[in-house]
Every structure is written in C-alpha cells, then in structure tokens.
Design a protein around this ligand. Structure first.
Ligand code: MRU
Length: 365
C-alpha cells in the first residue's frame, strides 16, 4: 500500500514536514514548519488538518518552534514553551487531540531533568512517540473495523479521515484500505464535504492513489443514494467523542447519520482513543469551531453569496450517540452504553476494554 505521510520530521530533523493540504488535489506540495507562526498558520489554514494530525503537528511543531531558544536560561525557555503551547492550543478548538497532545508535551517537559537542551530532547521523544502511537492506533482501528466491510460493500464517508488526517492509514479509511488489500471489492461514496471540500479534494485523491474505487457525490445526494439502495454502510471519523458517545465531526456528519437511520443503514464512527473526551458527559459542551464567512461565500475568488450576506459557518456538528451503530477504536468496537472512562489516558495498547462482535453490513441492498 502506498499511503502518504501527512506529518513527519523534516530530513534535517529541525522542522515538521507536512503535506500542504490546501494545494491538493492539484499539486502535492510539502512544507517544512519551523517557527511558531509557521505551525499556528498551517493548523489554522488547514494546511495540516484532521484531529490526530493536528495533535501530532502541534506537538512536533512545538519542538521545532523552540529550537532557536535552546540557548535561553531555563526559566525563560520554560516560559517560552508555555507561551508557544498556548498559541498552538488556540488554533482550533474542536478536536481534543490537540490539547491532549500539548498537555502530554508540557507534562513531559516538566518531568525532564537538566536545562533547555535536555528538555527539548525529551519533548522531541514525546512528539515522536505521539506519531508512532497514532500510526499503530490507525492500524488497530482498521483491524477492529475490518469485519464491518463485507465483500461488495458500498461505503459512504464524509470529510477526510484517511492518511492525510492522521499519522498512519487513517481512521474511517483504515478498514477500507485493509479490506482492499485483502481483495474485498469495495466502492466508497465520498461526500464532497462543503465548504472546504475535504471529501472531493482529499479523500478522493487518497483513494484514487491507492486504487480504491471511489465516487464523489454532492453532500445533498447522500440521502437519495441511500434510498436507491446504493449505500450499504456509512463510516466517518471524529474530532471529539463525549463520555456518552455523542460524536463531534465535520459539519454534515449529523445529516448523514439522520439519513442512515431513516434508511436502516449502519452508521459507524472510527476514532483513536486519543479522540475520546470523558471529561464531557455529552456533546452539548463540545466547543464547535466557527470559521470565516468567506470560506462559505467565496470559491476561488468568485462570490457564491452576495457581499454583506449574513453567514454562519460552523465547521463541526454533533451526532447524538443513539444514532451511532458502534464506535470503533484502537481498543476494539464499542456499543452503547459506552464505558470509555480512563481508557484515553491508559498507555496500554493491548487491552480491549469493551468489545462486542460486530454485525456485518449487508453487501447488497
Ligand atoms: O476541519 P477538518 O478537515 O480538520 O475536519 C476533519 C474531520 O472532521 C475528520 O473527520 C476528523 O478530524 C477525523 S480525522 C481522522
């Protein structure tokens, strides 16, 4: 499988090399992030995006942004570290992976003995561990979700929860990659995902590189395709999952879940345990990012809405837990009532805390 690496260390080890996702699908451009401005700008503009990928890029970016301050006095270096972490944390509010990764980084720095040089080495090791863990979690999600993807499955996905969004083979796309590799015939229906088109620009690009049949559809076409029997199951990623299983994901996900429920189709969420937030009892208090009006009102310089139109552009929505058939994590497949508490902080990758045998999605309508 040729899967892209969306975030890694630059060859000189001093920067974070990302695929600039704003340039896809037209051009495959890589950029090295070195300063705090580079890192914050890349996350805010969605040059690097997807919940796990922004956690990793935030952690690695923190390291890169501190390199030139390693000669500072220890107190000044620590103050700089806290200031940079706070700036990175403020870039995007919804995905819990970002604050969780930064919390891990600052905790690791405060445990490190010695001066800035030692602290930076510890931070680098922690950021590398985050990347490696995410790669392993993606594969594990894929393996746990693979039984859901029958030969002949026709799968609807929303946004991009693939390799571009993670440090590995993705979350929602992970079982699709593994099913394809195992010789199962699958077709993916890709919601284009207005307004920033992560589906048509990124998911369709990724899947076509992997040779997986994919059909891009307008978001509004999903329900009628379900009615026509063209879809056998839905699988999406997540940015934050509350203790009761409410799921925040890209705007439009809730509409997919509603349509799937109406048509009796399974609706699965695939996410690493780093996306669970059991400090929130339900999805009501998940912070939802609201992005610039022009992302909705302007496309490639052409106005799609009149100047001065009132515009609301939430980037995410919340799908209630009762509409989710199962949540597939790196620790196994969970169904309601969810008992997630504690597992997002546990570093024991082998233990399946709660797992139920999955029901196979039908391969024919
Ligand atoms: O605004 P984005 O493109 O960062 O939104 C991404 C999503 O909503 C993904 O579905 C989610 O982060 C999961 S990525 C494995």
């Amino acid at each position: 499988m040729t899967i892209v690496e969306s975030v890694r260390w630059s060859p000189d080890g001093d920067g974070v090399r990302i695929i600039d996702q704003t340039q896809l699908p037209g051009r495959l451009v890589e950029r090295d992030l070195r300063s705090i401005d580079d890192v914050c700008d890349a996350i805010a503009r969605l040059a690097v995006r997807g919940a796990p990928a922004i956690g990793i890029a935030g952690a690695m970016g923190l390291v890169a942004s501190l390199r030139s301050f390693v000669g500072d006095a220890p107190e000044a270096f620590e103050a700089r570290l806290r200031a940079h972490a706070a700036r990175i944390r403020a870039t995007r509010p919804t995905a819990v992976n970002l604050p969780r990764a930064l919390d891990r980084m600052t905790a690791r720095a405060s445990e490190a003995r010695g001066g800035p040089e030692e602290m930076l080495a510890a931070l680098r090791a922690e950021a590398t561990a985050l990347l490696d863990e995410d790669r392993a979690m993606c594969r594990s999600i894929g393996e746990h979700a693979l039984p859901l993807i029958a030969d002949g499955a026709r799968i609807l996905t929303h946004c991009n929860a693939g390799a571009l969004a993670t440090g590995g083979i993705g979350t929602a796309l992970a079982p699709i990659y593994l099913a394809h590799e195992a010789g199962r015939r699958v077709r993916v229906y890709v919601d284009e995902t207005r307004p920033l088109l992560q589906g048509s620009r990124l998911t369709a690009w990724e899947l076509s590189r992997a040779g997986i049949p994919a059909t891009v559809i307008a978001d509004g076409a999903a329900a009628s395709l379900m009615r026509a029997g063209a879809i056998t199951l839905c699988i999406v990623g997540a940015d934050r999952i509350a203790a009761n299983g409410d799921v925040a994901n890209k705007i439009g996900t809730y509409a997919v879940a509603l349509a799937a429920q109406h048509h009796g189709l399974p609706f699965y969420v695939a996410a690493p345990t780093s996306t669970l937030d059991t400090t929130l009892p339900n999805g009501d208090t998940i912070p939802i990012e609201r992005r610039a009006a022009d992302e909705l009102a302007v496309l490639h310089g052409a106005r799609l809405a009149p100047e001065g139109a009132d515009i609301d552009n939430p980037a995410f929505d919340v799908t209630p837990a009762e509409m989710v058939t199962a949540i597939v994590t790196d620790r196994g497949l969970f169904t309601r009532p969810y008992r997630f508490r504690g597992i997002e902080r546990s570093r024991d990758p082998g233990r399946v805390v709660q797992s139920r045998p999955p029901a196979l999605g039908p391969s024919t309508p």
